[in-house]
Design a binder for this molecule. Structure first.
Ligand code: GAL
Ligand code: ZN
Length: 663
């Protein structure tokens, strides 16, 4: 990626937190660990511009040269992630404002309004200086704009943002009448006579207008993308080196529509941390990696941040078990990453992240973490030839941020229906079935896929719905899950029976939702169980695969199948328990003729293939506690030995086989 023909190992480095004598030791240890790419100056603003307009690059120059002297390449931060105190003191108007009108103050990070022209002026002045100074430095391999744009400040409700929102709305809707129509403002006497009357969806006494909330999400994502583009434009005036920023494709961040962002990145980079608040953090990692690959259009991408062990921002910050960091890393590589980077190099002795793990822990290098870093470095070294190859999948999953925002809007039928939960549920069972999944945007070209899953795509435009319906009509196989195709892109319900967007393709019509109370379950004629949701569903042209045998809708279909054109549309009208969902997916996969990359498992085994030119690589990651056997023939790069017919992977181990018969 950054170094051709290598899987890069990298990290964030914050030398400003350390006295210069530590820097020397740092670069020596980096060289020992084979660190090839180091991100610096991410939070460097107050260091390189200690007073307005007074730039001091001496320390950064030294660090840049020091890294260069050891052949380490630099991922250079523009430094704009967090404004220094002099800026927010001089210009308190750049501070962000929450939905309730209260200001978010400095003292943490990212305390700036994405729409603030004042913030932007100061930020771009800094970017100009940094870009000018380092554009021709031979060590600089990548530009790192800001940091995790929108991590904390995605939704700002200040007056400056309100004005920017109005301008954005004029561009989107053209006329005030069109806006009134899109937002359904006849409801609750909300009709606007003039743009000036429109506010961001600030905290209200009751449920807020869903169209307004949805547009505010879109606007906010666009505003931050605008910040990225403004910085990238300054950099590109001085430099031809690739520019990126670190995405947050992860379970707890949802405010950026990265399908809109991805085309503006020279390389797609993601930050990912295992989230122990989720039921299955390892499966979520695989999903996030697949989605990141989708954003990269299938091309190799970078893991810009992960942790060597615990983080410090979850309620229980679980340390990684032996081998887990290597498994996590190789899972990202298996799913398309060509660079594995970490936050951060050396654990901070102070500051808000002092209990966050690092490559060099507080305890130093005589530690399990450091030894595992060295091990990872060796493994990535052996995988060098994988760089540039691509994951191949014949199953796609349709994913949408606006669908996420609107599906979880206020006033929905059941708060138990979480968008990401529904997406994860489907992805998790496909993963257990040994199927590799590409994640695609609504409206994407589906013609290369045998099977497409559409979980909880609540809001969808006519065009994007048509793309799916056409795909099925032309012979594709699609499986749609409940609370999909309900509304259009303005969150207006499609009338005439749910799911309006896919009713014909699925050959059904739903007259009423029957959300269940927590703990209530339904029995199915297929023997499985379901919960959370049911629907009063009528078959039109579809046939029932299973029906409810108890609950409020006895005899009503829960899972259906429909022949549509040359293809097949499956519908799952309830939240099936995992085994029942797996069973339906399995039937649909077989009907679609999908090839499995690996054997079925309880999720503790993942098998993924990367292909390129005349080579293919089979990645086998054993997250489980027992040895597994997988059919393979070729060269195991991790163990450097030949495999004939059967690959034995010990508990907790990873293997990568260059296949004798490339796929
Ligand atoms: C990321 C961020 C890093 C660091 C890390 C801790 O969100 O980009 O600066 O805070 O999380 O896990
Ligand atoms: Zn604002």
């Amino acid at each position: 990626m950054i170094t051709a023909g290598a899987i890069t190992l990298g990290c964030d480095y914050n030398p400003e937190q350390w006295p210069p004598h530590v820097w020397q030791e740092d670069v020596e240890l980096m060289a020992e660990a084979g660190v090839g790419l180091v991100a610096i100056n991410i939070f460097g603003w107050s260091d390189v511009e200690p007073r307005a307009g007074d730039y001091d690059f001496e320390r950064l120059d030294t660090v840049v040269d020091l890294l260069h002297s050891r052949g380490i390449r630099i991922n250079l931060g523009t430094g704009t992630a967090s404004p220094p105190p002099w800026l927010t003191t001089r210009h308190p108007e750049v501070l962000p404002v929450a939905a309730d009108g209260t200001t978010r103050h400095p003292g943490g990070r990212q305390a700036w309004c994405p729409s603030s022209p004042v913030f932007r002026r100061y930020a771009l002045a800094l970017v100009e200086q940094v870009a000018k100074r380092y554009a021709r430095h031979p060590a600089v391999a990548l530009w790192h704009v800001s940091n995790e744009l929108g991590c904390h400040n995605a939704l700002c409700y200040c007056d400056t943002s309100a004005a920017a929102f109005r301008t954005w709305l004029q561009q989107r809707h053209g006329t005030i009448d069109a806006l009134n129509a899109a937002w359904g403002t006849t409801f609750w006497s909300q009709r606007y006579g003039d743009w000036a009357e429109i506010q961001p969806p600030r905290a209200a006494l009751s449920l807020r207008n869903p169209g307004q909330v949805l547009d505010f999400h879109r606007f906010s994502s666009d505003e931050l993308l605008g910040c990225y583009r403004a910085e990238a434009e300054v950099i590109r005036r001085h430099s031809a080196i690739p520019v990126t920023t670190n995405f947050m494709v992860t379970a707890h961040i949802r405010n950026l529509d990265y399908w809109q962002w991805a085309p503006h990145m020279d390389v797609v980079a993601n930050d990912h941390y295992l989230d122990h608040r989720l039921g299955d953090p390892v499966a979520e990692l695989s999903f996030a990696a697949d989605l990141t690959r989708g954003l990269a259009g299938g091309r190799p991408w970078m893991l810009m941040e992960q942790s060597t062990s615990a983080v410090n921002w979850q309620p229980y910050n679980v340390a990684k078990t032996p081998g887990q960091m290597v498994r996590n890393s190789v899972t990202h590589v298996a799913r398309g990453a060509d660079a594995i980077c970490f936050f951060q190099w050396r654990a901070s002795p102070q500051g808000a992240e002092k209990f966050h793990s690092a490559l060099v822990p507080h305890a130093g290098t005589d530690t399990a973490v450091w030894r595992e870093v060295l091990h990872l470095s060796a493994v990535l070294g052996r995988l060098a030839e994988v760089a540039g190859t691509r994951v191949v999948a014949d199953t796609a999953l349709v994913f949408s941020w606006p669908a996420w925002w609107s599906a979880e809007g206020e006033g929905r039928p059941s708060e138990a229906v979480g968008y990401l939960d529904q997406v994860h549920a489907v992805h998790r069972e496909l993963r257990r079935l040994g199927v590799t999944v590409d994640v695609v945007a609504p409206g994407a070209d589906l013609s290369g896929y045998r099977f497409v899953v559409v979980p909880c795509l609540y809001a969808v435009s006519d065009g994007d719905a048509q793309a799916l319906n056409d795909y099925v009509a032309a012979g594709g196989h699609a499986l749609v899950t409940f609370f999909s195709g309900i509304a259009d892109e303005a969150d207006r319900v499609r009338l005439g029976g749910y799911p309006g967007a896919f009713r014909d393709m699925l050959g059904i019509s739903v007259e009423e939702f029957f959300p269940l109370l927590p703990g209530d379950t339904l029995e199915l004629s297929s023997g499985g169980r379901a919960g959370v949701w049911a629907e009063h569903l009528h078959l039109r042209t579809a046939t029932a695969i299973s029906t409810y045998t108890d609950g409020p809708l006895p005899g009503v279909p829960a899972v259906t199948r429909n022949a549509f054109g040359e293809g097949t549309g499956w519908y799952v009208a309830t939240q099936l328990e995992p085994a029942a969902l797996r069973d339906v997916l399995s039937q649909a996969l077989t009907a679609a003729g999908v090839a499995r990359t690996g054997p079925e498992s309880d999720g503790s085994l993942e098998v993924v293939r990367r292909c390129g030119g005349d080579r293919s690589y089979l990645f086998v990651i054993n997250h489980g506690t027992a040895e597994v056997e997988v059919p393979a023939t070729g060269r195991d790069l991790v163990e450097d030995r030949d495999i004939t017919g059967s690959l034995l992977v010990p508990a907790g181990a990873v293997r990568v086989v260059r296949e004798e018969q490339p796929r």
